[in-house]
Design a protein around this ligand. Sequence first.
Ligand SMILES: C[S@@+](CC[C@H](N)C(=O)[O-])C[C@H]1O[C@@H](n2cnc3c(N)ncnc32)[C@H](O)[C@@H]1O
Length: 203
Amino acid sequence: MIDDRVRAEMIFYATTHDYSDAARYERFALDCKLDRKALEIGGVINNLSAHISSSGKPLAILETASATGLTAAGVTTQLARFGITHTYTSLDIEPNLLQYAKERGRGDVFVRGDFERLPFAADAFDIYIMMGAGGYRTDGMFYPEVHRVLRVGGYYVMPQIGPNPFANTSEIHTALQSGLSIVRADHYLIAQKSIVIVPSPTP
Ligand SMILES: C[S@@+](CC[C@H](N)C(=O)[O-])C[C@H]1O[C@@H](n2cnc3c(N)ncnc32)[C@H](O)[C@@H]1O
C-alpha cells in the first residue's frame, strides 16, 4: 500500500521531471526503500562479477540516472564486503543530485551527462546499471550507447521497480536490437555484450 505522501511525490516527479531538490528526492527514494533495493542490486552485481574476466583490474561500473547515489552506496557496500575492487562512475543530468552523492562519497567518479550521449570511450565498463529512468529516454540512442561503452563480456543491469516490476517485451526487444544478448528478464533485465563470431566465407 503506497501512502498519500509517497503517491503525491510520485505524481510530482512524473509531472514536473524536476529533480533539482536533492534532499527532497532522497526522502522520496528512502520512502520507496531504494536503499534496501540497492543492497539487493549489490548482490546481483557480486554474482555477475564472478563471470567477468577483468585480468586483475578493478571492476569498472557505470550507473546512469544515478540520482543521490543510493544504488552506488548499496552496490559498493556489498562489493567491499565480498572483497571485489571496483571503480564506480555515476552519471546524471541533474548536477544537484551528483553533488549530493559526491558529498556523501557514494561512488568514485561523478559525471554530468545525458545517458543517450555518453561522454565515455567505447569498451570502458564491465557493468552498466540503470534503474527507474526508462521514461526519460527520448531518441533511441540509449541501448546503442549501452552497447558501445560495455566491454565484450560486460553486463547491462536494469532492476525493475514500480507497480509492475517485470522486464517488458518492448524493453527486451530494444536491448536485443542493439546487439546485446538477454541473460535474465524478470525482476531484473540483464543483458550481455557478447562476442559476435562472423563465419569466414567458404572458399
Ligand atoms: C526517478 S529517478 C531514477 C531513480 C534513480 N536511479 C535512483 O536510484 O533513485 C530519475 C533520474 O533520471 C535522471 N535523468 C533524467 N533524464 C536523464 C538523462 N537524459 N540522462 C541521465 N540522467 C537522466 C534524473 O535526473 C533523475 O536522477
